[in-house]
Design a protein around this ligand. Structure first.
Ligand code: SF4
Length: 302
């Protein structure tokens, strides 16, 4: 499977880069790098629960949005290189800390290594669900490799408009690729299933971050998701947009979302009849909501 790095077509960018010796649009070689591996309490309640979600933050990203909320790791070259064996150890360490699941954040460009680590962990008795927490800009061929390995998909669905997707992520085909990806994810894991504590065991939760000044696009995304997938998926409407220094040239993105804008989108979703959904409370749009990418849990403690 590692030969998929030799001429990389893992995502819709289809760079064809030989990642043994160079890097593609995602900025990463064939060696996995991560910035943090720790319990995370601020995912959706059915993912974090009270014990936390065992998040592993991978470095690099195939989408690279200009407003990226995790730009320290997605856009820069921060991150420590680790072996596949160390990744497996991290899965077991997070489980020992009480994690409800292993939450792989932006893992798509490392798919060959990650699925090998999942297979090897499972062969050693690992039983927690694996969550694929991604940008939604995915190749369906790569997603097919996750069948039987990933239990929960947690993709973003960022844009309806091709112009916005082009301006902010240089991906004018984002809507087409993300809509095919969500269909594939639902095909792989099926309808949502929960344990008796309300923790998700299988399913798809699609996240949409409402951007300031672009509520019309948000409503088109939400209508598309509900018209297409109904109650087969959950929709998580997020208000935590935080302007990063990289958006200073974009007037529309240089402020936080207003309460009015967020409530307009949430009310629209409620009026459509969406019941399987999550919303965020006020006060989540803070820099402190962004985890510290300080290499917690990355290296083995001695
Ligand atoms: S995963 Fe990276 S190198 Fe591979 S096609 Fe996508 S952006 Fe290019």
């Amino acid at each position: 499977m590692s030969d998929l790095y030799n001429s990389c077509f893992l995502c819709p960018r289809r760079c064809g880069a030989d990642r043994r010796i160079s890097r593609g649009f995602c900025g990463e070689s064939d060696q996995i790098r991560i910035c943090r591996a720790a319990l995370h309490m601020w995912e959706e309640p059915c993912i974090s629960g009270s014990e936390g979600s065992g998040t592993v933050f991978f470095t690099g990203c195939q989408l690279r949005c200009i407003f990226c909320q995790n730009s320290d790791i997605a856009l820069s070259h921060a991150g420590l290189e680790i072996s596949e064996e160390r990744l497996i150890e991290i899965f077991f360490e997070l489980a020992a800390q009480g994690a409800n699941n292993i939450n792989l954040v932006t893992p798509s460009h490392f798919t060959p290594t990650v699925i090998s680590a999942i297979d090897r962990a499972k062969s050693r008795g690992f039983t927690l669900p694996f969550v694929w927490n991604s940008s939604g800009y995915e190749s369906i061929e790569t997603l097919e490799l996750l069948r039987g390995r990933i239990d929960i998909f947690l993709p973003d669905f960022k844009y309806f408009s091709s112009d916005l997707a082009n301006s902010f992520s240089r991906a004018p085909d984002y809507f087409e690729k993300a809509s095919l990806a969500v269909k594939k994810m639902l095909d792989i894991v099926g309808e949502p299933k929960f344990d008796d504590r309300g923790i998700m065991k299988k399913g798809v939760i699609v996240r949409h971050l409402v951007l300031p000044a672009h509520t019309d696009d948000s409503m088109k995304v939400i209508k598309y998701l509900f018209d297409t997938f109904g109650h087969s998926i959950y929709v998580s409407i997020m208000n935590q947009y935080t302007p990063m220094p990289s958006v200073s040239a974009y007037k529309d993105l240089s402020r936080r979302l207003t309460t009015y804008e967020y409530e307009k989108v949430v009310n629209f979703a409620a009026d459509l009849g969406i019941k399987n959904g999550f919303i965020q409370s006020r006060g989540t749009a803070r820099d402190s909501f962004i985890p510290a990418f300080d290499y917690t849990g990355v290296l083995k403690s001695i």
